[in-house]
Design a protein around this ligand. Sequence first.
Ligand code: KG4
Ligand code: ZN
Length: 394
Amino acid sequence: MRILGIETSADDTGVSIIEASGSGDADIQFKILGNALLSQSELHSHYGGIYPNLAKREHGRNLVPVLMECLRQSNELIEGTRGKYETVIIEIEKLLEREHELFIYLAEFLRANGKPNVDVIAVTVGPGLEPALWVGINFARSLALAWNLPIVAVNHLEGHILIARTKNESLISIEYPALAVIVSGGHTELVLIKEPGQYSLLGQTRDDAAGEAFDKSARLIGLSYPGGPEISRLALEARGKVILRQDVAKSDFAISLPRPMIDSDDFDFSFSGLKTAVRKVVESWPTQTDELKCELAREIEDSIVDVLLAKTKRAAEEYGVKTIVVGGGVSANDHLRKKFAEEFEPHTPVLFPSREFSTDNAVMIALAGYFHAKHNEFADPLELRANGNLRLAS
Ligand code: KG4
Ligand code: ZN
């Protein structure tokens, strides 16, 4: 089965085509035929986070070029179908009345190109920024109409979990119960997976998500958005300079941040206090040197990873978890990967996505879409709705 995945929940516009086969929970293989992604992070960097209406506009502009790039990679850009889609284009104009720029590009695309060899369209319907999600949904509806294809609705978080379970384009078989640790720009959740597809929420953040804590802290020390990779880069420098660290620890500039809720008797998180603590540290500095910034970045990374690790460990013990699956943008973090592997391996396998697929992408959406299509869980295009707070589990 060939699935075309569409992802627009935040600031990445992604379209991919995968060819998947197999059934069950582990016997799944897939091949990535095309995978195109356009990040808007530079545009949003002025705001220190994602600006929803800007994201919506950019998705509208980018979706057709990204689709075309994906089709080109898949050898599915079929040129020369003049006149065939004129009636459908009139209907699509109504569907895209709020995304006029997207309509213009799509109409031009449909007038010039034919239907690719795909069987189903998978689109992210939540969670995420609703204005951004709607663009992807309306795009999926329009393509489904033009190409007469079914649609499946995908939960973005399920995509992150599934892609973390892949290796060499196969789904790795895991033992249950498993624990999913979802750490992204919008989410920090511990989800128990008792059996395949059976999710229950153990805890989540009460305020900022782990990725958000990286992003907001980074902004306070003048680093660009997204802050996670930037903090991680500086932290790595500080970790390499052990001697300096000892000096700093003894000096007036010793940096120590809180580990919010690390000992609380639940599986919830709270990262909003961290940025206040970071602000205080920065304000206490007479001058900002590169060394101090690196040292603070290390402490920020340590604080976030320590809390994530402690809560994961407790949940894993309490529920007798046999596998841990870490997904979402923060799972790209090297320090987190190292600490989790040291803590749990080899007795409890910890799975991480490849770095390429840690952050948002459309391959994970196509992959999750395959499962739904396989179970005939198709959506009624008219009923599709963006749900910014869509849950994986309750
Ligand atoms: O999953 P994702 O791409 O988008 C959402 O669904 O939110 O996650 C983006 C988040 C951002 O907050 C970004 O700073 C963080 O993931 N991130 C990282 C790293 N790479 C991305 N955080 C820490 N270390 C990294 N290497
Ligand atoms: Zn994500």
